[in-house]
Design a protein around this ligand. Structure first.
Ligand code: PLP
Length: 372
């Protein structure tokens, strides 16, 4: 996008995280979630790296995301489409595996497949407590059974999704798993080819009983995690952040005490202050909610953002920072001089989740791929 914030994507860290998921799950199949442009990391680059690592399956939210991957030459790996209106033409043309989560959809795919003398593989979503999409675990079993009679579709998987597997209190996640396992017992005789999956990143890390036939992580592949601090983590987890985000010092000025900084005058200098203007603003995906809250790294030191973040620039207090120069590197996420800022920290300062931080910084800026 030719802006001056840059995003570095470490394919070495991605490989490390994928292998760690394999180890944590005793080599269970991995359905790698690459929706939303792989959480801002670049869907094509991420998915082809994962395909080369032998990933079992890829998961996207919408059909066009899957079509984009197929057109980029990612043709060896099945792609699950988590949501979307039924689109039999693209599903057949690009060999996609849609998730069916409501009545009528499987019938539609069946008719389209039979018209072309084909069979479409589908996975069926069961709502065990997420309350988003899926057949209700206790009310709609007869509808799921009816899918078995449709000759044009083959159910190759079942899925469900946790609503709070990131909490230390496992009681609701445990209840969801119990409901899911009960259904598996009821239905696996009828659907012999199906694999059963429910575990997202949080469950991969902290709920081994839920790993089943496949796991469906997103966030931990990118080296972040959403577990609340009290949640138990396996000893061996060292997921490495895949994304680093860097900016530049555009300009340095000396300000006396009593000068207000930026829109709304939310910060006023209290001393002789060396103010740095950095080349990142909310247009680059750096949330305005970080105004007066975030730190960045300059010369290996933590430096606070002062005043409101503008569209294209933001101000930092460089007074206690030695040897700073215009043009110098600013780290927004990542390491510098032995110190680190993570997406989770930024998320906490902005009162959001690391998913949103990664997606918003990763998607609008130029990405460089390497083995950082
Ligand atoms: C996003 C998503 C995932 C991955 O969630 P993470 O928390 O990133 O691991 C898995 N399954 C479904 C259906 C999703 O929508």
């Amino acid at each position: 996008m030719n802006r001056s914030t840059s995003v570095e994507i470490s394919l070495a860290a991605l490989k490390h995280n994928y292998e760690l998921v394999r180890r944590l799950t005793n080599n269970t199949r991995v359905i790698a979630t690459v929706k939303a442009d792989a959480y801002g990391h670049g869907a094509i680059e991420t998915a082809s790296a994962l395909e080369n690592l032998g990933v079992y399956c890829l998961g996207v939210a919408y059909t066009p995301e899957a079509v984009q991957l197929r057109c980029a030459g990612i043709n060896k790996t099945p792609i699950l489409v988590y949501f979307d209106l039924p689109d039999a033409a693209d599903v057949i043309k690009y060999d996609l595996t849609p998730i069916v989560y409501g009545p009528g959809t499987a019938e539609l795919y069946c008719e389209a497949a039979l018209r072309q003398n084909r069979q479409i593989d589908i996975h069926v979503d069961i709502d065990t407590g997420m309350g988003r999409v899926g057949f209700l675990y206790d009310r709609e079993i007869h509808r799921i059974r009816a899918i078995e009679r449709l000759k044009g579709v083959r159910v190759t998987g079942f899925m469900s999704h946790f609503s709070e597997a990131d909490l230390k209190d496992r009681s609701f996640a445990g209840l969801q798993l119990e409901r899911y396992l009960h259904l598996r017992q009821e239905l696996s005789g009828l659907f012999k080819d199906a694999i059963w999956h429910i575990a997202n990143s949080a469950a991969v890390m902290s709920f081994p009983e839920s790993h089943l036939d496949a796991v469906r992580p997103g966030l931990i592949l990118y080296g972040s995690d959403s577990l609340e601090p009290a949640c138990p983590r396996p000893d061996t987890v060292d997921f490495r952040p895949v994304m680093a985000v860097k900016s530049r010092i555009l300009h340095i000025r000396s300000m006396p005490p009593g000068r207000s900084i930026s829109y709304g005058r939310t910060f006023v200098t209290k001393r002789n202050t060396k103010v740095g203007v950095i080349s990142t603003g909310y247009a680059d995906g750096y949330p305005r909610a970080l105004s007066n809250k975030a730190h960045v790294l300059v010369n290996g030191q933590f430096v606070p953002i002062i005043g409101r973040i503008c569209m294209d620039v933001a101000m930092v207090d460089l007074t206690d920072c030695h040897d700073v120069k215009e043009g110098g590197e600013v780290v927004l996420i990542g390491r510098q001089g032995g110190r680190e800022i993570t997406a989770s920290e930024l998320a906490a300062w902005a009162d959001t989740i690391s998913y949103e931080i990664l997606i918003s910084l990763g998607r609008v800026n130029d990405r460089l791929y390497g083995n950082y």
